[in-house]
Design a protein around this ligand. Structure first.
Ligand SMILES: [Zn+2]
Length: 372
């Protein structure tokens, strides 16, 4: 049995641009309703770092331009309706300042895994406490138990593992096997224990398994695939959006442009072949790349085939409960995407013997029960 878990990184554009109503609230509302039509659950990975900035803005300006109240209502409503909310952190927002409709982030704090321990632990503690105090009024049993780092940055892992454990977070879901990045964040997850089977992590290397560890990794499902698998319409529109929201496109002065500059460098090639590492087109064409189960960017048929491949390969006798973790972003939930996602949801709902909709909260409870 595969537990189908839709995780949604709930955030505005990575460069600090954009309106939370359009990029988060409205598309997430449509996603929640679509999931409910098929009995599926959404796990909203809320970037609390930016939500805290929206709150601060509202309090300082006495004006809710960043829809803080609507975000609170949406997260509480999701919990009330049986969905899940867990923690995502874009650490560069903690020192962010607001300027002319932009959030100017502190790029020196962009790479989460390389933050000093005290700083990282302080951020996790603050964000976890925020989510719990926000959501316990609607569900007294609510706990923040799962985490995903911005840009999947959990390497080097020692600080991350210790800080998550210190704050009682028992699941990380940042790793995708075969993923590699070099530059503003640095990791190589090619040796990760599995693309789907959860493992207790080694303290100094989250890719490795240590059965005495207290933190579980529930990886985002991934496969190694040729470049052709990345060419979908959904991914093409995502690439266009990335280009539009690159820095320097909004009439900023050159001084402002520099200060707004994002280090992500996430252009067309980055979108299509996320693991090419700037090795050139020929290498990009000849190599295989990490293909994440992204429910906004992959086609519905592609994901259905991946579900069956995973089921046949990792649970051929259908007797385990394996979490098949998908990732998405509300800003990418277009009409076209709605069609392909409906196809996937309908397929899962039609095969209850093979697929069951789940949440990270439910996985946490099942891991805990199996351990005791
Ligand atoms: Zn994010």
């Amino acid at each position: 049995m595969l537990g189908i878990i839709f995780t949604l990184d709930y955030e505005i554009h990575g460069n600090g641009e954009g309106n939370p109503y359009d990029l988060m609230i409205e598309p997430t509302e449509r996603l929640l309703r679509l999931c409910e039509q098929f009995g599926a659950k959404l796990t909203i990975m809320a970037d609390v770092a930016e939500i805290l900035k929206f709150k601060e803005y509202k309090e300082e300006n006495r004006q809710d331009d960043y829809s803080y109240d609507a975000i609170v209502d949406q997260l509480r409503g999701a919990i009330t309706n049986g969905h899940d909310v867990q923690l995502h952190i874009h650490s560069s927002y903690f020192n962010a300042t607001h300027d002319n409709g932009y959030w100017i982030q502190d790029w020196s704090e962009y790479d989460f895994a390389r933050l000093p321990y005290e700083r990282m632990s302080g951020m996790i503690g603050l964000c976890k406490q925020f989510l719990e105090s926000l959501l316990r009024p609607v569900d007294s049993s609510y706990r923040c138990v799962a985490f995903r780092a911005a840009n999947w940055s959990v390497s080097p892992s020692k600080n991350v593992v210790q800080a998550l454990i210190e704050h009682g977070i028992s699941i990380d879901t940042s790793i995708f096997k075969y993923g590699r990045r070099k530059g503003v964040v640095n990791f190589d997850y090619s040796q990760a224990y599995s693309p789907i089977v959860p493992w207790r992590v080694k303290e100094d290397d989250m890719c490795g398994r240590d059965d005495t560890g207290s933190l579980w990794e529930l990886p985002i499902y991934s496969e190694r695939r040729w470049i052709g698998a990345f060419l979908t319409w959904n991914r093409f529109s995502r690439a266009l959006m990335s280009l539009r929201h690159r820095v320097g496109q909004s009439g900023l002065s050159s001084q402002q442009t520099r200060s707004h500059a994002t280090p992500a460098g996430n252009g067309w090639l980055g979108s299509v072949a996320p693991d090419s590492q700037g090795e050139g087109w020929l290498a990009t064409l000849l190599q295989r790349h990490a293909w994440k189960a992204d429910f906004n960017q992959c086609g519905g048929g592609q994901l259905i085939n991946a579900l069956h491949r995973a089921s046949d390969r990792y649970d051929p006798h259908n007797n385990k409960m394996l979490p098949f973790i998908l990732i998405g972003h509300p800003k990418l939930f277009t009409k076209r995407n709605e069609k392909s996602l409906s196809l996937l949801l309908r397929h899962c709902a039609k095969h209850p013997d093979k697929f069951e909709f789940g949440t990270l909260k439910a996985m946490h409870l099942s891991l805990r029960n199996n351990a005791s």
